[in-house]
Design a protein around this ligand. Sequence first.
Ligand code: XLS
Ligand code: NI
Ligand code: NI
Length: 444
Amino acid sequence: MFGYSSSMSQEAFVGVETVPFVERDSKAPLGFRHYRPDDLVEGKSMHDHLRFASCYWHTMRNGLADPFGSATARMPWDDGSDHVDNCLRRADAFFEFLRKCRIDYYCFHDRDIAPERATLAETNADLDRVVDHFAVLARASGKKLLWGTACLFAHPRYVSGAATSPRLDVFTHAAAQVKKAIEVTHRLGGEGYVFWGGREGYTTLLNTDMKREREHLAHFLHMAVDFKKAIGFKGQFYIEPKPREPSVHQYDSDTAACLAFLREFGLMPHFKLNLETNHATLAGHSIEHELAACRAANALGSVDANSGTENCGWDTDEFPTDPRLTTKMMLEILAAGGLTTGGLNFDAKRRRESFEPIDLFHAHVAGMDAFARGLKAAAAIRADGRIARFVQQRYASWNSPLGQRIENGEVSFDELEKLALECHAWGNESGRQEMLEHILHEHI
Ligand code: XLS
Ligand code: NI
Ligand code: NI
């Protein structure tokens, strides 16, 4: 036994009630002004559209340190030790948070919930103890694991990568770690599993065999697929693109690179993508671009919902509180047919100055309300129909017999040359960007 006594009776967030639903113009300090889980939008509840998740690494484990200063977050439920009983108390606090904040899903890395010990066997044993406790808390509360993952980037052993390490012994250890992480995700009824390649890249090509590293990564992922089948885990596998930080260059840098990788190595049927807003901006794209690229490939899986400071160049993981951003995201998500296995996981942390426990609520509620507004606005824009009609009309020439034959792959350059030699005029029309932006903003 670990001297652990359940803190169920003893609240972590003392004095915080379940976040109330308040009127839109309410001045209450904390309340949902827009999020109404049961309200129907396009025939589906807001709850089921948005599938909000809170992540353990930021909500429970991020002390809010930055490269210039130490942790500021107050976590009265946490004694700062790595004893198992502290891990269990933390889990109690987390589930209390989920309940009070009306969030039904969560995500974690193996090492967020239980620490690394001297040997892999000891590490796994303690992980099992904490997972057992998660299972009890989840059963009692109805909260669900959106996805699990393995931390393959923090430990010094992974300094040069995990599945792309130049060292076979490191690759081997990473494989065992992922096997265990998939196993516990399965045990907790996880609906997905994420691969984010934090160190799967390089700092200089002077010491790197890129071809070999990418092939190793592919073998690693194939082994994961085989293992998943072997244990009957039905959750969706995701790859999460990110271009840099911590590596200078990462192999899974953006949607296009991930899709190319998955296709090159025959992994496309087994993976979808988990797109993160701040990673898109670091890659020089907007999140709408990444969502649209994914949608076109039928590979949109889940979303790590955050935002970043455009002028910083670092993954600042801010909460997504801007309804313009969430509207554009929800337009893409609705167009893709919605989130099914995935959700909106707040891979986001409070600012270092927002160090009180109540700030965890303010942050999540602001994000949830922003997405509720985005969902309503996106549905209104779709019902309005002017933007969709404009796009359709813009491509109308392709609906002609010739356009259809080209789209079916039945036309050659010779035939088009003949037509071009006879035709002396083009019929371009205005793209009307400003008019369309005006329509978009009417609904926000
Ligand atoms: C880091 C990533 C990470 C993944 C999970 O930038 O976003 O948090 O979501 O490993
Ligand atoms: Ni993420
Ligand atoms: Ni991130």
